[in-house]
Design a protein. Structure first.
Ligand SMILES: [Zn+2]
Length: 391
């Protein structure tokens, strides 16, 4: 019975919730043994029955009850790497945060240094959450990610991380890792837990140190080939414009990102941070308001092209510049209304995200839990491992 118990728990840990028939196959056990062991595990509240239905079951017949870990026993870690900070958040199976922490990163930190600091933070938040080490972590990285091969794409956007794959992250962080781009995870976080909940088609724009977008279509995150979907910060706005960190000229990032807004203001204002910029706006500084509004109009022009391509129901604004509120949303809404086809086209709503600066970490929680089988399949990206067929 000891071995059977171990095999059943391992199968659920590897594949997420399973029916008794699936458990018998996955653990290579007789159905009668599965019934007996599951009864004992349910009696001690290690396993619970869930409503989760897999799509293959839906095709073949009525749903059957799946067995999953008791939610308070299962958890995941969402890690969000920024340019200067890293966040780690432990959440239970329902996505409720149990502990959350942040650490500063040195300017232009290398991958190994970033991972070393992240490991300390991850260990600390797991400790504070008071849970056993979770079975996996979702990790948000601020650059292009090849999600299919689970590795950071070589680019001048994130130099020094090229070739780092999920195995390298796993050995550094001490638990299995699923990698995704930070703007994509911001979209998944808002879709699963925030301002996009219940909306099947959204575009989430991270208006920050860099500008990126995450696309949710028909309740699924669209990553594209080599994770390239939604890189709106590198849409060319002016072919003769300033050189961008990506190697092109005149990208949206060079006109509208936080560093670009600060640089535009700096000849006439002493402003070095988003906090100082927002304080000027709050104090009624006309120059600060004009620069923020112009940046938001530039973002809106690119967003309106994306809206004509994808027809999202809602556009969700997250990132540091979301803190400017109406100045940003009004400008983006204005361009969307002007660019929409008169009468024929529904103008998407423009709203602020509702997860503060935890959007990408909560998206990382969503992919972590999705891989464990805790979320409905429709709202999660493709599972990294195959699941046994319904039996
Ligand atoms: Zn660029």
């Amino acid at each position: 019975m000891g071995t059977a118990r171990h095999r059943i728990l391992s199968a659920i840990r590897a594949h997420g919730p399973l029916t008794r028939a699936q458990l018998a196959r996955a653990a290579s056990l007789a159905p009668s043994t599965v019934t007996e062991v599951v009864q004992a595990l349910a009696a001690e509240r290690t396993l619970v029955e869930t409503e989760i239905v897999r799509s293959e079951q839906r095709r073949t017949g009525p749903k059957s009850r799946a067995l999953a870990f008791e939610p308070s026993l299962s958890a995941t870690v969402g890690v969000d790497f920024g340019f200067r900070t890293v966040r780690a958040l432990v959440a239970d199976a329902s996505g409720t945060p149990l502990a959350d922490g942040r650490a500063e990163l040195p300017a232009d930190y290398g991958a190994d240094e970033g991972l070393r600091i992240a490991r300390q933070l991850v260990d600390e938040v797991i400790d504070r959450a008071g849970v056993p080490r979770p079975p996996n972590a979702g990790v948000a990285v601020p650059g292009p990610i090849d999600t299919q091969h689970q590795e950071v794409v070589a680019s001048s956007i994130l130099p020094g991380w090229a070739g780092y794959d999920s195995a390298a992250f796993e050995s550094a962080l001490g638990l299995p890792v699923i990698l995704e781009n930070d703007a994509n995870l911001a979209a998944l976080g808002e879709h699963t837990y925030g301002a996009g909940r219940g909306v099947a088609n959204t575009l989430t724009i991270k208006f920050h140190s860099g500008i990126g977008a995450g696309v949710i279509l028909h309740d699924r995150l669209v990553s594209g080939i080599r994770g390239g979907a939604g890189e709106i910060g590198h849409v060319e706005v002016d072919p003769q414009g300033p050189l961008c960190r990506c190697g092109k000229r005149g990208c949206l990032d060079t006109f509208a990102s936080v560093p670009a807004i600060l640089a535009t203001l700096r000849p006439h204002r002493e402003v070095d941070s988003v906090g100082e910029l927002l304080a000027l706006l709050e104090a009624g500084d006309a120059g600060a308001e004009r620069c923020i509004r112009d940046a938001a109009l530039a973002v809106g022009r690119v967003a309106s092209t994306a809206a004509l391509l994808l027809a999202p129901e809602r556009i969700i604004i997250v990132g540091a510049m979301a803190r400017a509120g109406d100045v940003v949303t009004d400008a983006i809404r204005e361009v969307l209304e002007r660019q929409a086809i008169p009468q024929a086209h529904t103008v998407p709503e423009v709203v602020l995200g509702s997860l503060d600066d935890r959007h990408s970490a909560m998206g990382a929680v969503a992919i972590g839990l999705g891989a464990q089988g805790w979320l409905p399949e429709e709202s999660t990206p493709r599972r990294p491992e195959s699941t046994p067929r319904a039996g």
